[in-house]
Structures are given as C-alpha cells and as structure tokens.
Design a protein around this ligand. Structure first.
Ligand code: SF4
Length: 64
C-alpha cells in the first residue's frame, strides 16, 4: 500500500500526524511531509486510521 497526498486539499491541521506520528509530520509552515509513504503491513491499520482522520480527505491509500 502507498500513501498519496493531495497537497491542494491538505490544510496542515495535523490530525494524521496525531494518529500516525511515524508516518506524517506537519512542518512549521503547515506543509505536510510523509515520512514513510509505503508503510509495512504492521502499520497499515495505523495508516488507514490516519487517512480516515483527515477532515479534508487529502489522504488516500492505494494498492502499490
Ligand atoms: S489530517 Fe489531512 S489536512 Fe490535516 S495535515 Fe493531515 S493530510 Fe493535511
């Protein structure tokens, strides 16, 4: 699975980082950095929870 970010939709609120701090990091300027866009199987459920937590639907999990 791969995490895809629509940066046009991301508003830098950081709910994804709160759910999955190992995968996402919001910078001081509000931009989002994906620390690991290809999470291993042990992190898939965390990644899914982070994607679902995003209020602007900026995150998508796609099959890689
Ligand atoms: S939760 Fe969504 S809007 Fe907020 S920083 Fe993460 S991707 Fe961006």
């Amino acid at each position: 699975m791969r995490i895809v970010v629509d940066h046009d939709k991301c508003s830098g609120l950081g709910l994804c980082e709160a759910e999955a701090p190992d995968l996402f990091e919001v910078q001081d300027d509000g931009s989002l950095v994906v620390l690991d866009d290809s999470p291993g199987s042990e992190q898939i459920e965390i990644a899914r929870a982070a994607c679902e937590a995003c209020p602007t639907e900026a995150l998508t999990l796609v099959e890689s």
